[in-house]
Write a protein that binds this ligand. Sequence first.
Ligand code: HEM
Length: 507
Amino acid sequence: MDLLLLEKTLLALFIAMVLAIIISKLRGKRFKLPPGPLPVPVFGNWLQVGDDLNHRNLTDMAKKFGDIFLLRMGQRNLVAVSSPELAKEVLHTQGVEFGSRTRNVVFDIFTGKGQDMVFTVYGEHWRKMRRIMTVPFFTNKVVLQNKAGWEDEAARVVEDLKKNPEASTTGVVIRRRLQLMMYNNMYRIMFNRRFESEDDPLFVKLKTLNAERSRLSQSFEYNYGDFIPILRPFLRGYLKVCKDVKERRLQLFKEHFIDERKKLASTKAMDNESLKCAMDHILDAQKKGEINEDNVLYIVENINVAAIETTLWSIEWGIAELVNHPEIQKKLRHEIDTVLGPGVQVTESEIQNLPYLQAVVKETLRLRMAIPLLVPHMNLHDAKLNGYDIPAESKILVNAWRLANNPSHWKRPEEFRPERFLEEESNVEASGNDFRYLPFGVGRRSCPGIILALPIIGITLGRLVQNFELLPSPGQSKIDTSEKAGQFSLQILKHSTVVAKPRSFQV
Ligand code: HEM
């Protein structure tokens, strides 16, 4: 059976090679493609460049081929852009033309072929989903209604760390507790629910399935079947696991959260706007027939990955940098003590009075950008970029990490130095007012969650630093900051153990 499959695959490969040669000859005449390594039939550049197309490898290629280059990955075109001017062209000037999303075999499974918001093509469906999600998630009102909740969750993290004798001696993986905090922050907004402890069985189930979804979709392992469709039969096992995880995950969202909320809404009058959680608004849109039940599920799916993981990774990176730079940690603590008074806890509304804290957050997002290539963009139709032809349905990667770490544009970018955002880069904001610094993207497909992410990161890092001295575990001089990159994500490779020594405040 397998031999037959192999024989068929080889034959198909041969035919595809001949076809690819003919097509590339015909296309070569028509298109002026961006520079890049010479592709070979069928495989394109895949065998040369490999699977690991992370921000650093793409940066090395940009140094060789220029700020725009094209890789032919099997049957897919990948265009990487690495200059502020080209980022502006893709995200702003030609924001409509390049405003779609590429999907791939795995994301197609997890998003029901784009029934969600994050991974859907630019068009009516996306506009509707973005509009429907804005009121319940992405406005100042949401911040006002939820900031006390974020402060409460951060206070509980501080309390739990203080109660745990290991935290101040051998150290603990603070990330585990922060993960619970982030779930609570987002599940309070979404469903007005929280999980009591890290051992809550529902929380454990949820985070395990989300982690599986993340691992399966961010892995480079499935590239071959995605790039070269005739190899897809070999991916059958992988895709089956994806489908299984997707089913179990959506079932969990439905049974334990969405249906619960529906039940509650049917027993209580939900006309008091201020008591509504995000899901009530989303269910209203479903009732009005604007979206269907699957769309509701995929909104929950999107928030689980887009909101929780990105923010958690950024907090984790921030802690790692603060531990590795005790002088910066001390300076931050001093700012908080001086501005608020010793022991007075950081709140959302005080962040505006804490410029160094804001600079620490910005610098974390610059050097350790959670989504360093943005979420891949795509042009639905043939397009032009910098005088080059970009074939329809190319995957466009904006190397935002390179933009923010290019030594020609930044002073000593490899250093973690928050001061830059108070000195030579004091006008640069995370919201995209400068095309060298786009941790949340900019333009139509930019991150609407920035309005929640920045205060949550600020409150959390601020409270940790004002209540504890954060140190590497005994015997270590630094935290290991090796990176783990995915299709478009950047996490810390090892979840480090950190010692959190409580400070005492004599008033
Ligand atoms: C530190 C935390 C976060 C970072 C670094 C981040 C970064 C990003 C980036 C780079 C994009 C893609 C921009 C583009 O493709 O041009 C994005 C999209 C998105 N983010 Fe975030 N994000 C964060 C937190 C959040 C939060 C808290 C939420 C929700 C509450 C959220 C919801 C979304 C959504 C829905 C999109 C898709 C927008 C669209 O396609 O129209 N993100 N984010």
